[in-house]
Write a new protein. Sequence first.
Length: 200
Amino acid sequence: MATEYSTANALQDFSRLDANFLSGLLAKHSSGLNVLAAPSEFNQIQTSKEAVDKLLGVARANFDYVVVDFGSRLDLKDSDLFADSAMLYLITQVGVSELRNANRLISHFFVNRGRDLQIVLNRYIPHSLGLDDKHISKALTRPAQWTIPDDYATARRTRNTANPIVLEDSPISRAITKMARTACGLPAEAPGKKRFKIFS
């Protein structure tokens, strides 16, 4: 999705932020999703806690659900991004170095968070590198709540076509849809028609 504005515009002029200003910065997708994109070019703006909190406050006042990809911006750990009311998703992969880094993050920043810290295993292949669920839970000090399967072909295709991955049926989209439904307080599986199997 092509975007004209980004988070840089919002954070640079955060004193102007209100519902109308934010609405003018958003890219609207046909699915109903509104996106405030990351800058397309490297931008050396100084992001303050006040700017982030203002942006989040305006977004939360105008949308039922606000999802933020803040990468590894742990310098903002005192901002509303990490508020007790926020659900945090820590995304990692199953590998020795990745699990070690995730363990460090949990131990240093999230040790006191309970169910509002959810661990997502990305590009997940069961028993990859000989690590089963027990080993992974021990390494992370808690079990992972979600697994996103390793489906490189789908991920590459949707990236190259710029189509949202959840708009096509795939193992990845089904996993993400379950996460989204649960985050919204809905059953992980959408109610559907009962299926009958006939045995001959």
